[in-house]
Design a protein around this ligand. Structure first.
Ligand SMILES: Nc1ncnc2c1ncn2[C@@H]1O[C@H](COP(=O)(O)OP(=O)(O)OP(=O)(O)O)[C@@H](O)[C@H]1O
Ligand SMILES: [Mg+2]
Length: 405
């Protein structure tokens, strides 16, 4: 089994998929923009060969170079787990005549308007929306959809350039801020709780499924610096309030023609219980959610994904033992972290539930919380009981403080 894996070392969690591929017996050919000499040793040892390209996001250039590089060698799969490369991988598959999702199918997971059109055409509930390219189209769409509304790029990620707009005056301001974005979605604003629906699929059928609860919704978490964003995987997937969302999720996978691999969907649960589709990617979620899923069941989905992608089988137990909560912290102040308050007390009392403590240590420069949800580090904890997991996450959010002053 010879696999071309795009971006084997960056973002950092890709290193785990590279390991997973090697562990299930694949010969891994990596393609990335990191110089070969700078690849971490634990990535290098899993790669049979590596091609460094100058611009990883330049699809045409990457395709040309990979084609040349592989000349005379047979490969069986081209895979990518990073959102910005899923189309490149599909183009390479088509070029080489390899199995896997087509460019057209993958576009349905990447273009947020095409995605909603296909989901809507299957009779599933999405926010009302329109594709806009000009200021005039934006004004007309806003008139039609009404306020509040959401404006966001067609192929966004990380909630970058996503705006809630409450009035025509605000619309003008936001349009000014979005001038550099060529194409956007204008959407009905959905009020409700926000959840994920994550899967590993074989032929569009989930062999693994997960739901996680965002507390609060990502748009709020990334707008207010004083918030410590929390995401908790839900142990009990059978509960009534999550049924509609999971049913919606399975419908979406069919509507978009999912094949093999990871998916990460976001959906809203309105106060009346209705589930509304948000968005979906044909790749794993970021911000450590795969680690959270692993801690939920004590399994290794990095490796199981690889097994599915290479051999079409999934072997991990799917029994859910815990609710796994990740809490991201943001320091008060600027510059370097100077001290952490409340951590020792928390660890003394609740340390047995903590599986990862990765807060930045004093002396480390702060990260830009606008650019990365991981902010100034995280604590990951787990508990079999939802209320307890939730309560512990709120204690971390409210009672542990980082300072940079
Ligand atoms: N129609 C909507 N109604 C209410 N909130 C919305 C809507 N669309 C987006 N949001 C909010 O904005 C956030 C970011 O939107 P979306 O997930 O579409 O963009 P993204 O940039 O792909 O985000 P990410 O990569 O962080 O998942 C959502 O998680 C949600 O909180
Ligand atoms: Mg999103």
């Amino acid at each position: 089994m010879k696999v071309v894996f795009l971006a084997p070392s960056y973002p950092p969690e890709m290193q785990q998929y590279t390991r997973g591929l090697a562990e299930v017996g694949a010969t891994v050919y990596g393609v990335g923009d990191t110089p070969a000499a700078q690849l971490p040793p634990n990535v290098k040892r899993h790669l049979a060969d590596y091609l460094q390209v100058p611009r990883l996001l330049d699809e045409d250039d990457v395709i040309r170079r990979v084609h040349q590089w592989l000349r005379g060698r047979e490969v069986d799969r081209v895979l990518a787990n990073w959102e910005v490369l899923v189309v490149t991988a599909a183009r390479l598959r088509e070029r080489f005549g390899l199995p896997g999702m087509s460019v057209d199918t993958v576009n349905g997971f990447r273009d947020k308007e095409l995605m909603k059109e296909r989901v809507r055409a299957a009779g599933l509930r999405t926010a009302r929306s329109a594709r806009i390219k000009t200021v005039a189209e934006a004004r007309a769409a806003a008139e039609e959809i009404g306020y509040p509304l959401i404006l966001k790029p067609i192929a966004g990620a990380g909630s970058a350039d996503t705006y809630r707009v409450d009035s025509p005056q605000e619309l003008e301001r936001v349009l000014g801020a979005m001038r550099q974005i060529p194409e956007a979605s204008c959407e009905e604003f959905i009020t409700g709780d926000e959840f994920t629906f994550d899967t590993i699929c074989i032929g569009g059928q989930p062999v693994y499924a997960n739901v996680a609860h965002y507390l609060p919704p990502p748009l709020i978490a990334r707008s207010v610096e004083s918030i410590s964003p929390v995401i908790i995987t839900v142990r009990d997937l059978q509960q009534e309030k999550l049924a509609a969302g999971q049913q919606l999720g399975r419908g979406v996978l069919q509507a978009l023609g999912m094949g093999d691999g990871f998916t990460h969907m976001e959906w809203f649960r309105k106060p009346d219980g209705e589930a509304v589709f948000g968005e979906i990617g044909c790749r794993p979620g970021g911000a450590h959610i795969v680690d959270q899923m692993n801690y939920t069941s004590d399994i290794d989905l990095f490796r199981e994904w690889a097994r599915v992608a290479c051999w079409g089988t999934f072997q991990a137990p799917t029994e859910r033992k815990y609710n796994a909560a990740i809490i991201f912290k943001r320091a008060k102040g600027h510059g370097r972290i100077t001290r952490i308050e409340g951590l020792n007390e928390f660890m003394k009392k609740y340390g047995e539930f903590v599986v990862e403590q990765r807060l930045l240590t004093p002396g480390t420069p702060r990260r830009n919380w606008k650019h990365t949800l991981t902010s100034d580090g995280h604590i990951l904890l787990r508990h079999p009981d939802w209320d307890k997991a939730y309560e512990l996450s709120q204690i971390v959010a409210d009672e542990i403080h980082l300072y940079a002053e």
